[in-house]
Design a protein around this ligand. Structure first.
Ligand SMILES: C[S@@+](CC[C@H](N)C(=O)[O-])C[C@H]1O[C@@H](n2cnc3c(N)ncnc32)[C@H](O)[C@@H]1O
Length: 191
């Protein structure tokens, strides 16, 4: 599941994860954020509807990362004001920098399961002291069929609890309809 794998998904329009707009849980989470200066990273951002929403709502320190070129081109074509310098066309695991907040949606589940511990550690390394990671993780049985790869709260805690204080980790009450009952909303603070 390298760059070519993901690019070909976009080229063949096999993008079942792409809902075409910001998801309700992330919109409602963003809407209650007070500090518009937060430096926010969206890894595996795909078509970046969340980044566009943030930017249009006064959060300008928004950074997106994706290894595939296609969704980046889509963002640029759709939203010309998004700053080029804040588009990181590279592998999340090689990113440098420090952010206040990382927003997760369908990136963790898209990674090989063996990368999950690295995801938790890398997210920790990319956050400032007191930084947060928040978003959605799938809550369905993990099988070899994927992406998306499932998992559950207990499994996820084994990766995240060494690096994060768990503030919220509960079934998501405002998932979009096709994901209802299959998502956990989380909010963790960097330890
Ligand atoms: C399932 S899609 C989710 C996209 C977006 N988060 C959404 O909700 O629509 C996973 C995305 O992660 C990107 N990706 C996969 N591995 C990556 C990596 N190692 N570094 C950065 N992006 C990656 C893919 O190109 C793809 O756009």
């Amino acid at each position: 599941m390298n760059k070519d794998f993901w690019s070909s998904k976009y080229q063949k329009d096999q993008t079942g994860w792409d809902i075409g707009h910001i998801s309700t849980p992330l919109k409602e989470y963003i809407d209650q954020l007070k500090n518009k200066n937060l430096k926010i990273l969206i890894p595996g951002a795909g078509n970046s509807y969340e980044a566009e929403y943030l930017f249009k709502n006064g959060f300008e320190n928004i950074w997106i990362c994706d290894i595939a070129e296609e969704p980046i081109k889509n963002l640029k074509a759709r939203f010309r004001d998004f700053p080029d310098a804040q588009i990181l066309h590279e592998d999340f695991f090689k990113l440098q920098g420090r952010f206040d907040l990382i927003l997760e949606q369908t990136f963790f589940c898209a990674l090989p399961v063996s990368k999950r511990p690295d995801y938790a550690k890398k997210s920790h390394d990319l956050l400032q002291a007191n930084g947060k990671i928040s978003g959605l993780l799938f809550n369905f049985k993990l099988t070899s069929n994927g992406p998306p790869f499932g998992g559950n709260k207990e499994e996820y805690l084994t990766y995240f609890s060494p690096y994060f204080k768990i503030n919220i980790f509960e079934p998501c009450y405002n998932s979009i309809k096709p994901r209802q009952g299959n998502e956990l909303f989380f909010n963790f603070n960097k330890k």
